[in-house]
Design a protein around this ligand. Structure first.
Ligand code: ADP
Ligand code: MG
Length: 698
C-alpha cells in the first residue's frame, strides 16, 4: 500500500466520486488528495443560541431539532423549508436543490448540529443548504477549533460532495495511509530548520490542533514544495553544465581586441564589464552557456551582445541575434553595422520582407561561412537557414518567443550554440529563481553615465491643450515627440479608429509644413512601417504617432517626449517599456501619461507607480503584487508556478532558504547517492517523474 494508489482505495470514495474529483479538481491518487489543502479553517467548537444571532453574524453552528418540513412554492419551482428550534427560539433551514432526497432523509424531532452561512431577511434568520449532522454522529468525531474548509466547485457541491464529505475522505485517508507516509527530507535539513516531521505536518495542515501547529505544518510543507522544485531546476542546470558540452571560445583575438580598443564608442559601465566577464567565463569553459541577461531599457545590452558575438568570431564561429519584430531587427542591424564599420566582419539582415534573391545570397554565405553575423526575426528559424558553425545565439526580448522556438535554434548545429537570452522586463529576484532557476542570470543594474531621469507626470484628458503647448515648446527646441495609443487585440478596429482620430486631431494642431508627422501601426506593411520609422529616425518628422509597435527597442536619442494616450489601459511593464524610448540622449526627457477621470484602483496604482519611480525592478515588484506571478511576462509557460501550498510572492523567504539548501545538498552530493540523502532522492525521483519542469523550461 502506498500513496500512489488511486483514491478509490479510501473508505467512502466510490468510482463515480473518484471520477468527479478527478475531472473537477485533478485529484487522482491518495497523494494528490493528501496534498489538496484547505484554504481556511473554521471554529467548530463554539455553538450559538438562536436568540443570540445577529444580522451581521456570518457562519454559525447551532444545536436544535427540526420540528416541521414543508415545500413552499416560489416564482420558479419551489423551495424546501424546515423549521429549526432550540431552547431559545426558532429559525429556518432552506434548500433549493436536491429537495426530494433531503426531505426523505430529514429526521423530525431528533437533535442535529447545523452549520452554515446565516441569512437575515425581514427579521427572520435562515441558513440555506446547511451542513447537518445528527448529534449522535457529531459526538463520534473529533471536533476542533480549526475545522478545514476545502476549495470546491459548483459541480461538486451540486453532486453532494460537501465540505463535510471532503473532510471525511481526508480523515479516512489519513487513518488508512498514515503509516506509509514517508519522510522526504534529510534529518540534517529537518534539524537545521527545526522543521516539523512530514506525517505530523500533513496531519496538522488538514486538522490543526492549534494556530501554532498549523503555522509550523505549513512552513514545513512550503519548504518541502519549494525545495524539490529548486532541486529539479538546479539538477537540470547541473546536467546542462556537465553533460552538454559547449563550444570553447578560448581566444580573445584580433577582432574583439580591435573593436574594444578602436571602435568602442564609450567606456563600458561596471555592470557591463561584470556581465561580460561572466559570459566570457561561460564560453571559455567546456560547458554550454544558457544565460539570461536582464537589464532595464537603455542599460546597454546591445553592446554586450555584440562583444559576445565577436568572441565567437575570434574563435572561428558564427553568431546570430533574433529579435521579435522587424523594426527591432532592422535597428540592431543598422546599429551593429555602424559599430563594425571598417572591420573585417560581415553582417547581414534576414526578415520576412527580404527578397528571394537576397535571401538566397544570405543562405549561401551562411553555409560557406563568409557571413559572420546574421541578425533577424522569426525568419531565422526557417529550415532553409543553415549555419556553417553557429557558436552563439542571442535572443532579444525573450518573452516574445516560445520555448519551442528556442529549442529550434539549438537544433541548427552539431553542438548546441551558446545561448544568451536578453530581456528588458525585469523579473523580481525570487520569481526569477523559480521561472529561470535553471538558467544563469546576469543583471546590468546600472545605466550609462550622464542619463537624466525621465520626468513623468499624470494628466487628465482635459489638460490636452497644455500638453500640446508643451509639445510645441519642445519641438521648437529641436526635440522629437512620441504619441502612443493603446492596442488591445480584441477591439483592433476600435483601436485603429482611436489612433486615426488622434492622428487627425494632432495634424490639425500641428499643421504642415511647419510640423511633419509619422504614423506607425500594426496594420501597415513592414516596408511602410520601416519607411515611416526612418523618417522619424532621420529627424524629418518631429512627431511619431504610433500604437505599441514601437514598444520594443526603438532608439531615437533626440526624441525627448513620450505621451501615452489612455495610459490607464496599459500594463505596468508596457508603460515602463514605452517610457524607455525617451531619455536616451543628453536632454532632459519627459513622459506624460494621459488618462480619463474614470480610473480603477489598480489603474491608479499603476500610474502612481510610474510617476514615483523609474526603477524597472521596483516597477516589476508592484506589477507582481498587482497581477500575481502567473500573469507576468515570460512566466506563462512555466510549470513551476502551479504550487499546491507555497506562494512565490508571499513565501519568498522560504524560497530563498529552500534554494540555498538545494544548492548545498547538490554541492555535497550531486547525484543524491549518499545514504543520508536517501529520503530526498526517493521523493526527487517521484516528483520529477510527474513534473512539467523538464519539458517546460529552456
Ligand atoms: P538596451 O539595454 O535597452 O538594449 P541599448 O543597448 O540600446 O540598451 O543602449 C542604449 C543606449 O545607450 C545606446 O544608444 C547605446 O549606444 C548607449 N550605451 C550603451 N552602453 C553605454 C555606455 N557604457 N556608455 C554610454 N552609452 C552607452
Ligand atoms: Mg535593446
Amino acid at each position: 500500500m502506498n500513496l500512489s494508489y488511486p483514491i478509490t482505495y479510501i473508505k467512502g470514495i466510490s468510482v463515480q466520486r473518484a471520477t468527479l474529483l478527478y475531472t473537477e479538481l485533478g485529484i487522482k491518487t491518495c497523494n494528490d488528495l493528501l496534498n489538496f489543502f484547505p484554504f481556511r479553517y473554521i471554529d467548530k467548537t463554539a455553538f450559538y443560541a438562536i436568540k443570540d444571532l445577529q444580522p451581521n453574524t456570518s457562519e454559525v453552528q447551532i444545536v436544535g431539532k427540526i420540528t416541521r418540513v414543508k415545500s413552499v412554492a416560489q416564482k420558479r419551482g419551489s423551495r424546501l423549508v424546515a423549521t429549526f428550534q432550540d431552547a431559545t427560539g426558532s429559525m429556518e433551514l432552506v434548500w433549493f436543490k436536491g429537495q426530494k432526497w433531503i426531505k426523505d432523509s430529514l429526521k423530525i424531532n431528533e437533535p442535529y448540529v447545523v452549520y452554515g452561512k446565516l441569512n437575515h431577511y425581514n427579521g427572520n434568520f435562515s441558513i440555506p443548504h446547511p451542513e447537518l449532522e445528527l448529534v449522535t454522529e457529531y459526538k463520534k468525531k473529533l471536533q476542533t477549533k480549526m475545522q478545514p474548509v476545502y476549495p470546491s466547485t459548483e459541480k461538486l457541491t451540486n453532486s453532494g460532495v460537501s465540505n463535510k464529505m471532503m473532510r471525511t475522505y481526508i480523515q479516512n485517508l489519513l487513518q488508512q495511509f498514515f503509516e506509509v507516509i514517508e519522510e522526504s527530507l534529510s534529518q540534517e535539513i529537518i534539524n537545521d530548520f527545526k522543521l516539523m516531521g512530514k506525517r505530523e505536518a500533513l496531519l496538522n495542515a488538514h486538522f490543526p490542533k492549534s494556530q501554532e501547529n498549523l503555522a509550523k505544518a505549513q512552513n514545513r510543507l512550503k519548504f518541502e514544495e519549494l525545495f524539490f522544485i529548486q532541486l529539479q531546476l538546479l539538477r537540470k542546470k547541473l546536467i546542462n553544465k556537465t553533460k552538454i558540452k559547449g563550444f570553447v571560445f578560448e581566444n580573445v583575438g584580433a577582432v574583439f581586441n580591435q573593436f574594444y580598443s578602436e571602435k568602442l564608442p564609450f567606456e563600458l559601465t561596471n555592470a557591463q564589464k561584470r556581465v561580460l566577464k561572466e559570459i566570457r567565463k561561460d564560453v571559455a569553459s567546456n560547458a554550454h552557456m544558457n544565460r539570461l541577461l536582464q537589464g532595464d531599457v537603455g542599460s546597454g545590452k546591445t553592446i554586450v551582445a555584440l562583444l559576445t558575438m565577436l568572441l565567437a568570431i575570434d574563435n572561428g564561429f558564427q553568431a546570430t541575434i533574433m529579435a521579435p519584430t522587424e523594426i527591432l531587427a532592422t535597428q540592431h542591424y543598422h546599429a551593429i553595422s555602424e559599430l563594425l564599420v571598417d572591420m573585417e566582419v560581415n553582417v547581414d539582415l534576414l526578415t520576412g520582407s527580404v527578397r528571394t534573391k537576397k535571401r538566397r545570397e544570405i543562405h549561401q554565405n551562411l553555409e560557406d561561412g563568409t557571413l559572420h553575423i546574421l541578425i533577424g526575426t522569426h525568419a531565422l528559424l526557417e529550415d532553409k537557414v543553415k549555419f556553417k558553425n553557429l557558436g552563439v545565439a542571442i535572443i532579444d526580448e525573450q518573452h516574445r518567443f516560445g520555448v519551442a522556438q528556442r529549442a529550434k535554434l539549438w537544433s541548427k548545429n552539431s553542438l548546441p550554440p551558446h545561448i544568451l537570452v536578453m530581456t528588458a522586463t525585469p523579473i523580481p529576484r525570487t520569481l526569477a529563481m523559480s521561472v529561470y532557476g535553471d538558467l544563469d542570470v546576469s543583471v546590468i543594474d546600472e545605466l550609462p553615465p550622464g542619463r537624466k531621469e525621465v520626468k513623468t507626470v499624470h494628466r487628465f484628458d482635459s489638460n490636452r491643450l497644455s500638453v500640446f503647448k508643451f509639445m510645441r515648446d519642445e519641438i521648437d527646441k529641436g526635440r522629437q515627440v512620441y504619441i502612443v495609443y493603446p492596442l488591445i487585440q480584441e477591439s483592433e478596429a476600435m483601436d485603429y479608429k482611436d489612433l486615426m482620430d488622434g492622428y487627425e486631431s494632432i495634424a490639425r494642431d500641428f499643421p504642415s509644413p511647419k510640423y511633419q508627422i509619422s504614423i506607425v501601426h500594426g496594420q501597415m506593411k513592414p516596408a511602410d512601417k520601416e519607411h515611416e520609422m526612418q523618417r522619424f529616425v532621420k529627424g524629418e518628422t518631429q512627431i511619431m504617432v504610433a500604437t505599441t509597435v514601437i514598444e520594443v527597442g526603438v532608439n531615437v536619442p533626440n526624441a525627448s517626449v513620450m505621451i501615452i494616450e489612455s495610459a490607464e489601459r496599459f500594463g505596468l511593464s508596457q508603460l515602463h517599456q514605452l517610457r524607455g524610448r525617451v531619455g536616451r540622449g543628453a536632454d532632459q526627457s519627459y513622459c506624460i501619461l494621459l488618462s480619463s477621470y474614470k480610473l480603477s484602483e489598480e489603474g491608479k496604482t499603476r500610474l502612481k507607480t510610474m510617476v514615483e519611480t523609474t526603477d524597472g525592478f521596483k516597477i516589476a515588484e508592484v506589477d507582481l503584487k498587482l497581477r500575481g506571478p502567473g500573469n507576468l511576462m515570460g512566466t506563462q509557460q512555466s510549470g513551476v508556478l502551479n504550487l499546491k501550498i507555497a506562494d512565490v510572492v508571499k513565501d519568498s523567504k522560504i524560497l530563498v532558504a529552500a534554494r540555498n539548501t538545494a544548492i548545498a545538498v547538490l554541492q555535497e552530493d550531486s547525484d543524491l547517492s549518499k545514504p543520508e540523502n536517501l529520503n530526498i532522492k526517493k521523493t526527487y525521483l517521484e516528483v520529477s517523474k510527474n513534473s512539467k519542469i523538464w519539458s517546460n523550461i529552456s
